[in-house]
Structures are given as C-alpha cells and as structure tokens.
Design a binder for this molecule. Structure first.
Ligand code: SF4
Length: 165
C-alpha cells in the first residue's frame, strides 16, 4: 500500500478524473497498451516543450520550474480541468515541503495556445494536503470504486479493462 510520500501527480490527476482509475493504478493494474490519447499526449509533450527538462521529485515529476519558482505543465488537452489544476498545486505542495517557495502553476495548452496561471495560496496548500489524504483513503478501500458513466471514459487507458470484462 502506498504512503503519503508515494503520492504523486498521476495519483492526484486520477483522483480528480476517476477514483476507480486511481484505485486500479495504485494497485498496480496497468493497461496492456497505452491508449491513443496517452500516446498523443506524449507526442505533444515532446514536440512543444523541448527546451526544458522535467524535474523529478521522487513520486512527482513536473515539467519545468522557472527561475521565479513557477511550475510549468504542458497539457495535450484543449482546456484546463480540475485534475490539471490539482496536479499543479500538488507539485507546489511537494516543492514547498522540500523548501522551495513555489509561487504557483502555469498550465500550457499548445493545441489551443492557452495558458492558465494558478497562484499557490494558503487555501490551495490546504486542498493539496487534503488531496493526498483522499488518495490514500481511495487506495486503501478494499474494492474498486464504481465505473464512471461510459461517456466520461473516453481516452482513459483502462477503458478496455473496465468495459470489456
Ligand atoms: S475506463 Fe472509465 S471507469 Fe474505468 S478507470 Fe477509466 S475513467 Fe474510470
């Protein structure tokens, strides 16, 4: 079972997208093949943000930290989701725990040329801490959480697993 220090950006993203996805991932269930959407995400990432190197925080890996301590994340989707925002705040939370005074997150959407700036406030810090606790609660549940409505599963790499059993 994972501990608070093992909780990373992927866990937070899945917490906000689908608790079942989080539970499966944390239990080591891996889809046979990455979905086309995940592959697209990797391709967008590689082609649009090649000048910076990812920062490895152990469980969490963020795309880039600029000279003014803003976290930059590049996304393959068109617009911000709560999952993207929570993930960026999680990275700020991790950086602060390491003594880096992260100022906030800047989400980049190359497909639509949008960016979103999210300051790391006291409230964001409290939420980030609560998110870690919530991840642990979901993962420790004995059974997998229910599926989302199928329309919400588009692009999820567990779609075959969940819907073709
Ligand atoms: S396919 Fe749907 S229900 Fe299954 S893990 Fe993915 S989002 Fe959740």
């Amino acid at each position: 079972m994972i501990s608070a220090n093992d909780v990373g950006g992927v866990h937070i993203k899945y917490l906000y997208h689908c608790r079942r996805q989080l539970w499966l991932y944390a239990r080591g269930v891996r889809p046979e093949r990455l979905s086309a959407t995940v592959q697209l995400g990797e391709a967008v990432h590689e082609t649009s943000y090649t000048r910076s190197s990812p920062i490895d925080l152990g469980a969490a890996k963020l795309d880039h930290l600029d000279g003014t301590a803003w976290v930059h994340e590049v996304k393959s989707s068109s617009r911000p989701t709560r999952a993207d925002e929570a993930q960026a705040m999680h990275y700020c939370y991790r950086l602060n725990a390491l003594g880096v005074d992260a100022q906030g997150g800047i989400l980049h959407y190359p497909k639509t040329r949008r960016t979103k700036r999210l300051p790391y406030t006291e409230q964001a810090a409290e939420q980030a801490e609560a998110d870690v606790a919530e991840v642990l609660a979901v993962v420790s549940a004995p059974g997998s959480p229910p599926r989302l409505a199928q329309s919400a599963c588009r692009g999820c790499s567990y779609a075959d697993y969940c819907w073709n059993e």
